[in-house]
Design a protein around this ligand. Structure first.
Ligand code: TXA
Ligand code: MG
Length: 320
């Protein structure tokens, strides 16, 4: 059977049946592709960790299709959670709440909290409705590697270990959701994403912490090397790159600038607008990794708030 399938009604029903049988389905979301299993089936969820080679203490995000499901998965839900859900769901925001006692600790990496979101992709929303439940779904890549933003990337990453890949086209956001912890005294952003601190501030009139760096394994995205290509990658200014490629003409470059005249290596130009840049980033990193025999130079993005989430991913993808 072909792994990658078009998202016809028939294939969505097939995917729902695979989930009911305890199988793994790769699903398109607006952020990145997810590797989904029935969140209420611990054996199915265990397969996710094996397939991704992910440590068991790294909690998974549970994906819902209706705000009403919040109370099936979490307890002591603060008003702020409903305010944020109303504004940003379906969308690229994950909320960490106190876990419902019925939720298996396999899903939450033995923590008493749970990450929840409603993704904004018509195919996955249709699947979740047909399945009539919730799926645990991390990004559909091998642990610490680059997240997939197309169905083909998922196949490259996971191959035969996934039962079906629903092709929902290229992801529109392109980097993982913003994660906000609502269990701490003050809300805290654990992972920046394209729902920004400023946007969250417009809904919550509270102080919000932003976690800088942490050695805690609670958030996989917090680990030093993550979202990383196989080749060494280095973050540097445009001026530095222009000098470096004279010494290393076989390097690949990701830049918002045009390729310098005379350079014959791999120069991948990304948009200078953060929304478009985020859409392109992982596909370009993947391409550089595959085509380049040497190493990858990535131009530092502008240091303004709208580039925060991108900068966060680049720091984790790069070796310096
Ligand atoms: O955009 C996304 O969030 C994508 C799509 C598929 O929804 N998913 C995703 O999942 O990025 P994953 O597993 O690659 O990253 C989820 C992050 C991990 O760093 C995990 O540690 C953190 O969410 N997380 C999940 N539950 C948590 C919890 N209870 N407390 C703290 N962090 C949590
Ligand atoms: Mg991930």
């Amino acid at each position: 059977m072909r792994k990658i399938v078009a998202p016809s009604n028939e294939n969505i029903l097939l995917a729902a049946q695979i989930l009911r049988n305890g199988g793994l389905v790769a699903i398109p979301t607006e952020t990145v592709y997810g590797l989904a299993a029935d969140a209420s089936n611990p054996e199915a969820v265990r397969k996710i960790f094996t397939c991704k080679k992910r440590p068991a203490d790294h909690p998974l995000i549970v994906h819902l299709h209706d705000i009403k499901q919040l109370s099936d998965w979490s307890i002591d839900i603060p008003a702020s959670a409903y305010q944020l859900a109303k504004k940003f769901w379906p969308g690229p925001l994950t909320m960490v709440l106190k876990k419902h006692p019925n939720v298996s600790e396999i899903v939450t990496g033995e923590q008493d909290t749970i990450g929840l979101r409603i993704p904004n992709h018509p195919v996955t929303l249709a699947l979740l409705k047909a399945f009539d439940g919730a799926v645990a779904a991390p990004s559909a890549n091998l642990h610490c590697h680059i997240s997939p933003t197309t169905a083909e990337h998922v196949l490259e990453e996971l191959g035969d270990s996934v039962d079906l890949i629903l092709d929902g086209g290229p992801c529109q956001v392109g980097i993982e959701s913003t994660i906000i912890n609502l269990c701490s005294k003050q809300p805290e952003i654990l992972r920046p994403g394209m729902v920004s601190l400023e946007e969250i501030h417009t809904v919550l009139s509270q102080d919000i912490n932003v976690r800088k760096t942490s050695s805690s394994p609670k958030v996989a995205g917090d680990m030093e090397k993550h979202y990383a290509p196989h080749r060494p990658a280095y973050l540097m200014d445009h001026a530095e790159i222009v000098i470096k490629i004279l010494q290393l003409p076989t390097a690949a470059v990701l830049s918002i600038h045009e390729k310098p005249k005379g350079f014959e290596g791999i120069w991948l130009q990304l948009s200078n607008q953060p929304i478009q840049y985020a859409q392109q980033l992982y596909a370009m990193l993947r391409q550089a990794d595959q085509e380049c025999p040497e190493c990858i130079f990535v131009e530092k993005p502008p240091q303004t708030p709208e580039w925060d989430a991108i900068y966060n991913r680049l720091i984790k993808a790069c070796n310096n």
